[in-house]
Design a protein around this ligand. Structure first.
Ligand code: ATP
Length: 508
């Protein structure tokens, strides 16, 4: 990116938008570009100080603010008026809240016109991308990427230099570096410092501290969330086709797979009746593939406080996800997340469709090993673009469990709570629970346990049967919805359960 930015500045681009939450690091990168030939003076504007000249190339006024330049309009007028001929870079930090004023936009256009043929560039630096329509054709947008491995290594070296610790092996170094990928430079520094303060050293043993600190930081951003993956693929009853598909791809992100010529898997969409194990399968996949599982909370992406904030949120979250890759990105209820889609009539349709566009473009262009695992309960709300071939590697349909699968699911949940399975008749439980989802089966077992616990005794087969009988499963209250989903999926999705898969193969 630094190279790209340098080329734009050398090529006399007058207006650049630099997207980044890392002001200091970005400013350092720009300062080093300013030192290239021809030497450029560097000015920084903030609404608190006005215009301040920086660095070694500056005049004697360096460090002092230009009088009366706190207002962005005054600052831009100063920049345009300044009769200095020297090449210069003007960084405007957080100018985006002022773009709703027509004079600000006009001043920026004047500056662009004024800079033609000069070695002067304005860089609008902000963590949020907001571009006034009038400037769309004049501005070049760049994302300042999170620190790469090399930059993180420098942070680690600096930190190790401050710790009196014996030399760390190359392997430990790599683990410590990888553990902070996805964080800003400041955050990486903090995480290393915390690990070092906690244990008084920075070695392999501290990798876990670094990882848990990173999890906390990622949690704090509120949009991405680490999911615990304590469930095993054997904890999922039925869904044999789906499990087989996942098992086949266990090493799909390895170098061996690349050398073999296999493409990197992009992702899968799991459609299905609520409570049939869609989220469960995501968790177990993470375990099966030994990859971190991170949930993208689309509800939190939306933020109406500033125009463009939602897209910036999504872009940042995807950037963090990529920097942690290989990983699994879990998006629950894709149908709700993108209900607005491209042609929505919702009041926030503009935001929804921009978010949707941002996400689709990312899916299309992503090269990093991020496997998107998305789930959806309703297809009528799901934008058609997601269902087009090639977007996801596979579209699976998870139906209500059949008799055999219900028996397995009862077995799994009873075994988790009581090892002496023999006292339960799983066949009978499966028979009485026709139409139940996996989640409802689990709930019936728990309800039976509560009943017996309240009477201070062990729970029995009869307790479970009576819990089942007193439950009306969703499939009965939502008959039409379930039938519609099944009809739709029969033609277009791959069944997750073997029995259905075989049945369909015979039918077509
Ligand atoms: P929703 O669409 O409501 O999010 P879902 O399909 O994602 O539902 P899960 O959240 O995975 O369903 O299921 C809830 C719980 O039900 C699981 O944590 C698990 O305990 C149980 N469950 C569901 N399906 C199965 C299954 N096939 N095997 C074992 N347990 C299951």
């Amino acid at each position: 990116m630094q190279e790209q930015l340098s080329i734009l500045i050398q090529a006399q681009y007058p207006l650049i938008y630099l997207n980044t939450p890392e002001e200091e690091r970005a400013e350092r990168a720009i300062a080093s570009i300013a030192e290239l030939k021809p030497l450029r003076r560097l000015f920084v504007w903030t609404s608190t100080r006005g215009i301040v000249e920086q660095g070694q190339t500056s005049s004697q006024n360096s460090g002092a603010a230009q009088h009366n330049t706190e207002s962005i309009q005054a600052a831009l007028q100063w920049v345009i008026r300044a009769d200095q001929k020297d090449p210069a870079i003007y960084i405007f930090k957080d100018a985006h809240p002022f773009f709703d004023h027509p004079v600000t936009v006009r001043c920026l256009r004047d500056a662009v016109a004024n800079f033609k043929g000069t070695q002067k560039t304005i860089i609008l630096m902000s963590p949020v991308q907001v571009i006034p329509i009038e400037l769309e054709k004049e501005i070049v947008v760049l994302d300042f990427p999170l620190p790469d491995i090399k930059a993180i290594e420098e942070v680690l070296d600096q930190q190790l230099g401050q710790v009196r610790t014996k030399k760390v092996s190359a392997e430990t170094r790599e683990k410590l570096v990888r553990a902070t990928l996805g964080l800003t430079q400041d955050e990486a520094e903090k995480v290393y410092r915390k690990a070092q303060v906690t244990n008084g050293k920075l070695t392999e043993e501290e990798v876990d501290i670094v990882l848990s600190e990173k999890q906390q930081l990622i949690r704090r951003n509120g949009i991405l969330e680490y999911m615990e993956e304590d469930e095993d693929i054997d904890d999922v009853g039925g869904l044999e086709e789906l499990k087989h598909w996942l098992q086949q791809r266990s090493n799909a992100f390895s170098q061996k797979a690349r050398n073999y010529g296999l493409p990197q898997p992009k992702g899968m969409l799991i459609l299905g009746v609520p409570g049939c194990g869609k989220s469960l399968i995501a968790k177990t996949t993470a375990r099966l593939w030994s990859l971190p599982l991170i949930r993208l909370d689309m509800g939190r992406v939306y933020d109406g406080s500033t125009v463009g904030k939602s897209e910036a949120n999504l872009r940042n979250a995807l950037k963090v996800a990529e920097s942690i890759s290989p990983m699994i990105l879990f998006i629950d209820e894709l149908d709700k997340a993108f209900a607005g889609g491209a042609g929505s009539a919702d009041s926030d349709a503009g935001t929804s469709s921009r978010i949707f566009g941002t996400f689709l473009t990312w899916m299309q262009e992503k090269k990093s090993p991020v496997f998107v695992m998305a789930t959806a309960n309703r297809i009528e709300k799901l934008p058609g673009e997601f269902l087009r071939k090639g977007r996801f590697d596979e579209l699976f349909f998870v139906d209500l469990p059949n008799a055999e699968e219900r028996r397995d699911i009862f077995g799994i949940h009873l075994r988790k709570r009581r090892p002496d399975l023999d006292r339960f008749d799983l066949e009978q439980l499966s028979k009485v629970s026709d139409g139940f989802s996996g989640a409802e089966i689990e709930q019936a077992v728990i309800a039976a346990m509560y009943e017996a616990f309240a009477q201070d005794r062990e729970f029995t087969q009869l307790d479970i049967i009576s819990a089942v009988k007193s439950t009306t499963p969703l499939s009965r209250t939502m008959t039409e919805q379930v039938a519609a989903l099944r009809d739709w999926a029969r033609m277009r999705a791959r069944p997750a359960a073997t029995s259905v898969a075989e049945y369909q193969r015979m039918e077509f």
